[in-house]
Write a protein that binds this ligand. Structure first.
Ligand code: ZN
Length: 337
């Protein structure tokens, strides 16, 4: 064997190893089906009353049968290659289908947790197609909406800690913290200063500060915390019925951070039910069951198990929603009571 041949075959081996590694890190970090005991099984008929649907990341639709509130606006789910090599945009066909299927004409407001694209990408198009829906968020979020020339009368900059009456719902925004940054989203606190028109590079969607939302309806309280971050003692005065808890990259944080995160959220808020959010691979296309984040981003089974263990210690039930089923927060009888 000549030296040249040895070097060539060595290089080839190295390349194959690299390809195998790339394939591995892009695979889901586990199977949703392995969490069957926690997976929500919908009833044969859609529940009446006050319900919520989960669309992945932290897009949630609260619905009392008459009016709706949408938290975040992310349905289009561009692929990783679109994200890396081009500009991203809403897919009109996906948005039009979502509007029809979920009767989003009843949406009173779209409340945005922060301005990264996986929370805000579809806000401009949703705003155009749903002119009755107020867009509520940070200055950065409103600049994303302004990129599509939405009228100022449709836009509302949120005022933290001040309850807003939105139709049948009362909503309060709490200042929050984003998940600790990584190399690709190290823009926390940076703002979108000008109207941002689409298509745009994903990196143009600056975080622009993060917020949690408390949603009150007929005495029922839900808290949506999209990101795996917290401001110490911010939620201390609160207790809620349902907690929608962001768990992205929880397993990647130091043990002490994980424990403090759960203490500041789950243990303070004492929810009856905890619904994990921001655990899905948002590079996967829309309109199919959600999959766990890839190894590259998180060890989702590990993050989930940490949450399940902490919830069990205080009799909080954990429920995993992997499709936009209507999950009942309150039954019709509860609402009528
Ligand atoms: Zn983000």
């Amino acid at each position: 064997m000549t030296l040249k041949y040895k070097i060539l075959s060595g290089l080839l081996g190295l390349m194959l190893l690299l390809i195998a590694l790339i394939i591995y890190i892009l695979q889901p970090s586990g199977k949703v089906q392995d969490f069957q005991p926690w997976l929500y099984q919908p009833a044969a008929t859609a529940p009446a009353g006050y319900t919520v649907k989960f669309f992945g990341v932290s897009t949630l639709l609260f619905d009392d049968g008459q009016q709706q509130l949408l938290i975040d606006g992310f349905f289009s789910r561009p692929s990783l290659s679109q994200l890396m090599f081009g500009q991203i945009n809403s897919q009109p066909i996906v948005i039009e289908h979502a509007i029809e299927l979920h009767q989003l004409q009843r949406t009173q407001a779209i409340l945005v947790t922060h301005s990264h694209y996986d929370h805000a990408l579809d806000v401009p198009l949703l705003g155009q197609l749903l002119p009755q829906a107020k867009i509520i968020g940070s200055r950065s979020t409103l600049n994303i909406a302004r990129g599509a020339h939405l009228p100022e009368s449709q836009l509302q900059q949120l005022v933290p800690l001040q309850p807003m009456q939105i139709g049948n719902f009362t909503v309060t925004a709490f200042p929050s913290q984003h998940t600790p940054p990584t190399a690709v989203n190290n823009d926390l606190g940076e703002e979108i200063q000008q109207p941002l028109s689409l298509p745009a590079r994903f990196s143009e969607f600056k975080e622009g500060h993060s917020f949690d939302y408390l949603i009150e309806y007929e005495g029922h309280k839900s808290l949506v915390k999209a990101s795996t971050g917290f401001i110490p003692e911010q939620l201390k005065q609160l207790q809620v019925d349902h907690l929608f808890l962001g768990i992205a990259q929880l397993s990647r944080q130091p043990e002490q951070y994980q424990q403090q995160y759960l203490a500041e959220t789950l243990q303070h808020l004492k929810p009856k039910v905890l619904i994990p959010i921001h655990w899905d691979d948002f590079f996967q296309p829309p309109e199919q069951p959600l999959q766990f984040l890839p190894h590259l981003a998180d060890n989702t089974p590990k993050s989930l198990n940490t949450v399940i263990k902490a919830a069990a210690q205080q009799q909080t039930q954990v429920l995993l929603l992997d499709q936009p089923y209507a999950y009942p927060l309150m039954t019709a009888t509860d609402v009528a009571r």
